[in-house]
Design a protein around this ligand. Structure first.
Ligand code: SF4
Length: 92
C-alpha cells in the first residue's frame, strides 16, 4: 500500500471551536429550570455540550453552549423545554 504525502493544513488552537460556540443564534427551544428543588444534579453528566452545571446556587444552564437538544429535560424533573421565540408567527 502506497503512502500518500498529504499536505500539512493549518488547524485551530486547542479549544478554539468550543470557545467560539454560541448556539443562541439557531436554537429553537431552550431548557428552563422551573422547579430547582426537583432537578437531579446527575443531569449535569447527560448534557453533551457541558452546558448544564452544578454551582453553589444549584443547577444552572450556560445558554451560549446549550444547543437545545432537550436531553436534560428528559432526564430530570424540574426542567422544561420552552420555545426560544415567542413573538408573532408568520412571514416577516
Ligand atoms: S438542552 Fe441539551 S445542550 Fe442544552 S443544557 Fe440540556 S442537555 Fe445540555
Amino acid at each position: 500500500m502506497a503512502v500518500k504525502n498529504l499536505p500539512v493544513v493549518p488547524s485551530g488552537d486547542p479549544g478554539a471551536l468550543g470557545a467560539a460556540a454560541n448556539y443562541e443564534t439557531w436554537r429553537i427551544v431552550r431548557p428552563e429550570i422551573t422547579e430547582p428543588a426537583k432537578v437531579n444534579p446527575i443531569v449535569t453528566l447527560y448534557c453533551p455540550e457541558g452546558a448544564i452545571m452544578l454551582e453553589e446556587s444549584g443547577v444552572t444552564v450556560n445558554y451560549k453552549l446549550c444547543k437545545g437538544c432537550g436531553i436534560c429535560a428528559k432526564e430530570s424533573k424540574g426542567i422544561q423545554m420552552v420555545p426560544e421565540y415567542t413573538g408573532p408567527k408568520g412571514i416577516f
